[in-house]
Design a protein around this ligand. Sequence first.
Ligand SMILES: [Zn+2]
Ligand SMILES: [Zn+2]
Length: 140
Amino acid sequence: MLVQCPHCFNRVLLRNDETCPSCQQPVDVNGPEIVHKIVQIREGMKLPRVCFHCAAEATGHAMAKLVAEREEADFALRFILARLLPSVFRGTSGAKVIRVDMPACRACEDKPQSAFLRGWDPRSGFLRVVVHRDFAAAMK
Ligand SMILES: [Zn+2]
Ligand SMILES: [Zn+2]
């Protein structure tokens, strides 16, 4: 039976020892119902006016910000050059800052982004964000 993992939010077939094959964490199959899921969000996307985390009325924002390296090859090259010419290649030239303000209620707007930001997709440039399922539903 497929279950939604409360840690990585993937739908998975649990291993025999009831751990998630995707993130290796134990899953309590009788645990509370999972109300969060991972969605892909890009900069400038129109977002629903409800809190991304608890789906209450949004009064502010929680910022999701990520410094994304554009390309791996380019990154490796810059890393080498930065070692050879540190004065020239200091800083984040070539890196792209992706920033999205997630609508949030007062209780959730101070959440650290480590609690909800799960990286990004380098091909699409979309952030992977953990949101309430009602927020996700309202995005469509
Ligand atoms: Zn998992
Ligand atoms: Zn909230």
